[in-house]
Design a binder for this molecule. Structure first.
Ligand code: ZN
Length: 122
């Protein structure tokens, strides 16, 4: 399985993660024609210090939302137990960026926590 993301969006997500470090940042990802194109940032206060907390009741009703993004202040871009529970509830694709937030520290997972290939589209 492979998921596509626009280069501008990936670069923006990495900048965002850097600017929030050492805190985490989270957002919903919008897909257009099979490519993740846009992020809707989850407002501050909906996620805690050590683990991102997405409140699905606050999620905008938007059928183009096909996944999520969040950052980890650690160098490990792998889902925590809380992340996995959330992924399975949400479905879709989940992108995690770990410190130091370069292209090598980004990974994508399906709703069961299996890594999927992230294809960057120019
Ligand atoms: Zn996480």
């Amino acid at each position: 399985m492979r998921v596509k993301i626009r280069r501008e969006l990936l670069e923006y997500l990495l900048e965002l993660a850097k600017s929030f470090y050492p805190r985490e940042v989270a957002g919903f990802l919008r897909m257009k024609d099979g490519v993740f194109e846009e992020v809707l940032i989850v407002p501050k206060g909906f996620f805690g210090e050590s683990s991102v907390y997405f409140d699905l009741t606050l999620m905008p009703h938007d059928e183009s939302i096909k996944g999520t993004f969040h950052s980890h202040p650690s160098p490990f871009p792998y889902p925590s137990e809380g992340d996995l529970m959330f992924f399975s509830k949400f479905g879709g694709i989940h992108i995690i960026a770990a410190f130091p937030y370069d292209e090598d520290s980004v990974k994508a997972f399906d709703s069961e926590g299996r890594e999927v290939e992230l294809e960057v589209i120019d």
